[in-house]
Write a protein that binds this ligand. Structure first.
Ligand code: MN
Length: 203
């Protein structure tokens, strides 16, 4: 099989389409600079590994592996994040389908889920993410915080919904007011995608 580099995915919407919740300038910067940096970072490490192997050089595998997990997970999380989003006019105001039922069963309703997810996002220390995952051992949707991009990669957890709370995700639009950004986020969640992910897991 032919080796392929990581590729920055195209967004499923225009840069202006998430306004006023995420501005064109903020989204463009986030996608074209920050996300692209993780894609390039992961590719550079793969090239270094190839080169070291070709030349019989050991390389610093401790540093390379750590940097690889940071960059590859950054790429993965941003890719999931973009698919989690949709223009406010095109998305339902609340969860739908099987996912709505799972939220009711776990949290006792959408409002409680929204509150817990928001708190998870707002209280994430430094740079990181809030994530809703589905645990296949317990059959429960669970909230977790991710530090930096170093995902809690646990094979039995599948990601349903993520929110990037690195400052680079909101500083142009909201300065240091992360809570305001999180509040705006609820207007642009692609619930159809979230539900489709859950359906794919439970199928
Ligand atoms: Mn980001």
């Amino acid at each position: 099989m032919e080796k392929k580099p990581y590729v920055l995915p195209q967004l499923g919407f225009g840069y202006k389409e998430l306004e006023p919740f995420i501005s064109e300038a903020q989204l463009q910067l986030h996608h074209q600079k920050h996300h692209a940096a993780y894609v390039n970072g992961a590719n550079t490490i793969l090239e270094t590994l190839d080169k070291n192997r070709r030349e019989g050089v050991d390389g610093d595998l401790k540093a390379l592996s750590k940097a690889f997990s940071f960059n590859a997970a950054g790429h993965l999380l941003h890719s999931l994040f973009w698919e989690n989003l949709a223009p406010a006019a095109k998305t339902a105001p609340k969860p739908e389908g099987l996912f709505a039922k799972a939220v009711d069963a776990e949290f006792g309703g959408f409002e409680r889920f929204k509150k817990e997810f928001s708190q998870t996002a707002i209280t994430t220390e430094g740079s990181g993410w809030a994530a809703l995952v589905y645990c296949r051992q317990t059959n429960r949707p669970l909230l977790m915080q991710i530090e930096k991009h170093n995902t809690n990669v646990i094979p039995m957890f599948r990601v349903l919904l993520v929110l990037d709370v690195w400052e680079h995700a909101y500083y142009l639009d909201y300065k240091n007011d992360r809570a305001k950004f999180v509040e705006g986020f609820w207007n642009i969640v692609n619930w159809t995608e979230v539900n489709a992910r859950l359906e794919a897991i439970l199928k």
